[in-house]
Design a protein around this ligand. Structure first.
Ligand code: FAD
Length: 500
């Protein structure tokens, strides 16, 4: 077996949407820096970022009920919804910049307009949705949201969901037309094409198996070339671990203090996909329901119009499940191997605390197709099993860590950027809100790891993302300007397109 030794400025591990976004940002900010990417699979965007492995929702809190919680006094807390919406606006601006600069083309290949809706049944839920609507519709970020309890109106909005439904039970929905379906797989592939055009060296079938700090303060990354059957050692000043579910084990290999006392809990997923195009054509929205009691937030059921492989599709789910793998292509040993002396108590504490979640996930795994159909029928009362197939979605590794609020072994549902104190290595853990907020999260990596450059880079960041560092919520004119200019560039005003 031969060995190769090389040196570079930046190494990105993993060819998912996160590394793609960081690479694209850095190429604009520091065009002279040499960047290398190592990806274990033979293509970009094949794990969570693949269009079949996630729900493709441009998360901006227009329809996801778990981002707005009811406070003890009965009012609705919209702080998280505002935060996520503002983060999505950053993504829209960066993607628009890339399109306008001809660095990527054909935005309709990765983003399409689609109404975002929330749908609830029962008195209590209807009351919640009405309050949520009242709280959000006063905020300019959610302008254009409509609310209805009228079954006739709902038949116009969601005929497939209303057909055959018993309307004795109270029902309500909100609808906002400025929602999006994002094909993160296509976006990732387009960004990697762009990076390769910018002389970024992208090495597929190269699996990273170790990271070590060198005496001169750099990182040595051990890479297994799966085709050449040789070991490679690459040195870099900065390493980004964007390996999705594979990030935790790589972070642990760095040995940095920030990597200790962190664990991961994998949650798998399934979607039902409609194989009958006549039914697909009867629905045109992403419709989010309310999570069942005891269900984790990422398993909120939704019925989604999607644009995949140049075709309109209809997906329902995700059904959560348990698999000890950290990646879809991972190993059954992933979970066990991630337990280390420094995180064993954190993991055990989480195990004790999250018994009900584990029970819920096991129940979900054991669901038969008929039981899944029952859940689908809460959305489409007339659904038939023969019209639906099952697809296995991506793995989400939820972060477990000790927190002040939750104590030892607290399960986190968000995204965590873990960086070394000197900013020489950063890892992205967690998966929610996910790809939609990639630009915000990668700007956080840049701020934490390159503080010495940020001042100098700020004008360029603002050229790409005009609202960088600006809170939008109290600036209605700016929101209007950002939404209409990005909609124009990304082709989101084209209603004709959205119905084709
Ligand atoms: C069921 C489900 C639904 C979701 N729905 C949404 C949604 O609607 N909207 C949204 O915004 N987000 C959603 N997400 C989250 C979103 O998919 C992820 O946040 C995002 O794709 C993560 O991108 P990534 O680049 O970090 O990881 P990935 O896309 O998983 O990429 C990581 C890459 O690293 C590679 N890799 C791993 N280990 C190594 C190694 N040792 N050496 C070399 N390469 C390695 C992998 O092969 C992979 O290609 C969803 C996720 C799931 C699972």
């Amino acid at each position: 077996m031969s060995t190769r030794y090389e040196k570079t400025d930046v190494i990105l591990i993993g060819a998912g949407v996160m590394s793609a976004t960081l690479g694209a940002l850095l190429k604009e900010l520091a065009p002279d820096w040499e960047i290398k990417v190592f990806e274990a699979l033979d293509k970009p965007g094949e794990e969570s970022s693949n269009e079949w492995n996630n729900a493709g929702t441009g998360h901006s809190a227009l329809c996801e009920l778990n981002y707005t919680t009811e406070k003890p006094d009965g009012s609705i807390d919209i702080a998280k919804a505002i935060k996520i919406n503002e983060q999505f606006q950053l993504s829209r601006q960066f993607w628009s910049y890339l399109v306008k600069s001809n660095l990527i083309s054909n935005p309709q290949d990765f983003i399409m307009p689609i109404p975002h809706m929330s749908l609830v049944m029962g008195d209590k839920n209807v009351e919640f949705l009405k309050k949520r609507f009242e709280a959000l519709s006063n905020n300019p970020l959610f302008q254009g949201m409509e609310y209805s309890e009228d079954p006739e109106k709902l038949k116009q909005w969601i005929p497939l969901i209303m057909e055959g439904r018993n309307t004795d039970e109270p029902i309500a929905a909100t609808k906002i037309d400025s929602g999006t379906d994002v094909n993160f797989g296509n976006l990732t592939r387009m960004l990697f094409d762009h990076l390769q055009n910018q002389n970024v060296e992208v090495n597929y079938r190269h699996s990273v198996s170790d990271l070590k700090r060198t005496k001169d303060g750099m990182w040595e990354v051990k890479v297994h070339d799966l085709d050449g059957c040789r070991m490679e050692y690459h040195k870099a000043k900065f390493v980004f671990i964007g390996a999705g579910g594979g990030s935790l084990p790589l972070l642990q290999m760095t040995g940095i203090p920030e990597s200790k006392h962190i664990g991961g809990f994998p949650v798998s997923g399934l979607f039902m996909v409609c194989n009958n195009q006549e039914i697909v054509e009867q629905h045109h929205a992403k419709v989010y329901g309310k999570a069942k009691v005891g269900a984790p937030p990422m398993s909120v059921p939704h019925l989604d119009t999607r644009y995949i492989d140049n075709k309109k599709s209809l997906l329902f789910g995700p059904f959560a499940g348990f698999s000890p793998k950290f990646l879809k292509t991972g190993s059954y040993m992933d979970l066990i191997a991630s337990v280390k002396p420094n995180n064993v108590f954190t993991m055990l504490a989480a195990g004790m605390k999250e018994m009900s979640l584990t029970k819920y996930l096991i129940q979900q795994v054991l669901l038969s197709n008929e039981q899944r159909l029952e859940e689908l029928r809460e959305f489409i009362p007339n659904a038939k099993l023969e019209d639906w197939d099952i697809v296995v979605a991506g793995q989400r590794v939820q972060v477990i860590k000790d927190t002040e609020a939750g104590g030892k072994g607290t399960l986190q549902f968000g995204t965590e950027v873990v960086t070394a104190a000197d900013g020489s290595v950063a890892a992205l853990l967690g998966a929610s809100p996910g790809a939609s907020t990639a630009v915000h999260v990668m700007l956080e990596v840049i701020e934490k790891c390159f503080p010495q450059h940020v001042k100098q880079w700020e004008p360029k960041i603002k050229e790409m993302i005009p609202t960088y560092g600006v809170s939008l919520t109290d600036k209605p004119e700016l929101i209007q300007e950002v939404q209409s200019s990005t909609a124009e560039v990304l082709g989101l005003n084209d209603k004709e397109l959205s119905h084709s």
